[in-house]
Design a binder for this molecule. Structure first.
Ligand code: HEC
Ligand code: HEC
Length: 256
C-alpha cells in the first residue's frame, strides 16, 4: 500500500488534490482514453451510454478482463480502486452529456468518404468498400475523434510498429506492413505484406495484384515498419470538411 502511494505521488504530483478515482483513471486509462475521457487510441468514454459497458458490472469486468483480441488491456487493481474508477468514468459521462453539440456533420462526412476522399477504395464500411486498409465498420467505438483526425492527417504517426511497447501483451495485426522488393531481373514491387514465412513472402501491390516470391530469389527485400500505405490527407480537405469526416467516422458503431 505504501509502495503504491509512493508511485502515485511520483507519477501524478497533483493526485493529492484529485479524487482517488480521478488519479487512478489518469494513471491507468488516460494514456489511451484521454485525460478527460475524450478518447484517443481508445474510444471516447465521456458519454452517457457506453455501448459495451451499459452498466457498472460490465464496466468493472471490462477493466478486470480487458477486451481480448483488442488493444484494451487487463488492468490490475483492487475491488475498491475499481469501484472508484467506475464512478469516475460515469461522472465523465454525465459531465459530457451536459454539452451535446458536436462539430461536423456526419452526413456530409459520408459523402466525402465515398467521394472526394476516395477512402472507400481502401476501406470497408458495412458491405461496401476496398480491402487494402482496415475495416472501419465500427471504428467509432474503437478510436476517439482526435485519434481519427490524426489517422487522416498523419497516417504514419501511429502505425502498429509505434505500438511496440504493448506488443508482448496485446495481439496486434501487422498485416499493413509496407514491403518493397527487387526481383532477380531488377523489377521493383511495392505493396502491403499479405503473408510471410521463413522462405516465401506474399505481397499485394497498390493495384491489388498478389505476388508470391521465394526470398532467396530476391535481390532486395525491405520491410518498412512505420511506413503506411495510406496517403496523408493534410492538404486535401478544408477544416470544416475534416470536421465532417471525423464526425462520420465517429458515428460508425458497427450497426449499419
Ligand atoms: C493501451 C490502451 C488502453 C488502456 C490503457 C485502456 N484502454 Fe479501454 N479501450 C482501449 C481500446 C483500443 C478500446 C476499444 C477496443 C476495440 O474494440 O478495439 C477500449 C475500450 C474500452 C471500453 C469500451 C467502450 C465502449 O464504447 O463501450 C471501456 C469502457 C474502456 N475501454 C475503459 C477503460 C478503462 C476504465 C481503462 C483504465 C482502467 C482503460 N479502458 C484502459 C484502449 C485502452
Ligand atoms: C491507399 C489506401 C488507403 C486510402 C485511400 C485511405 N486509407 Fe486509411 N488506411 C489505409 C491503411 C493501409 C491503414 C492501416 C495502416 C495505418 O494505420 O496507417 C489505414 C488506416 C486508417 C485509419 C486508422 C484505423 C485504426 O484502426 O486506427 C483510419 C481512421 C483511416 N485509415 C481512415 C481513412 C479515411 C477517412 C480515408 C479517406 C480520407 C482513408 N483512410 C484513405 C489505407 C488507405
Amino acid at each position: 500500500m505504501r509502495y503504491r502511494a509512493t508511485i502515485l505521488a511520483l507519477l501524478a504530483p497533483c493526485a493529492f488534490a484529485a479524487t482517488t478515482g480521478e488519479a487512478l483513471f489518469h494513471q491507468h486509462c488516460a494514456p489511451c482514453h484521454g485525460a478527460n475521457g475524450e478518447g484517443g487510441r481508445g474510444p471516447k468514454l465521456a458519454r452517457l451510454k457506453l455501448p459495451r459497458a451499459p452498466d457498472d458490472a460490465t464496466l468493472g469486468s471490462l477493466i478486470e478482463q480487458g477486451i481480448p483480441g483488442t488493444e484494451m488491456p487487463v488492468t490490475r487493481m483492487t475491488d475498491a480502486e475499481r469501484a472508484e474508477v467506475i464512478a469516475y468514468v460515469r461522472s465523465l459521462g454525465r459531465a459530457a452529456s451536459a454539452q451535446v453539440a458536436q462539430a461536423g456533420d456526419p452526413k456530409k462526412g459520408e459523402l466525402l468518404f465515398w467521394g472526394k476522399g476516395g477512402c472507400g477504395q481502401c476501406h470497408t464500411v458495412g458491405p461496401r468498400g476496398g480491402r487494402t486498409g482496415p475495416d472501419l465498420t465500427d471504428i467509432g467505438v474503437k478510436r476517439g475523434p482526435a485519434n481519427l483526425r490524426q489517422s487522416v492527417l498523419d497516417p504514419e504517426a501511429e502505425t502498429p510498429d509505434n505500438f511496440a511497447q504493448y506488443r508482448k501483451v496485446i495481439y496486434m495485426p501487422d498485416n499493413y506492413l509496407r514491403v518493397r522488393v527487387v526481383t532477380a531481373d531488377g523489377k521493383q514491387i511495392t505493396g502491403a505484406r499479405v503473408d510471410e514465412d521463413t522462405f516465401t513472402i506474399q505481397i499485394r501491390d497498390d493495384g491489388s495484384h498478389i505476388y508470391s516470391f521465394r526470398k532467396d530469389q530476391l535481390k532486395e527485400l525491405h520491410e518498412d515498419w512505420g511506413k503506411s500505405p495510406m496517403p496523408s490527407f493534410r492538404n486535401k480537405f478544408a477544416a470544416s470538411e475534416l470536421d465532417d469526416l471525423v464526425a462520420y467516422l465517429s458515428s460508425l458503431t458497427g450497426a449499419q
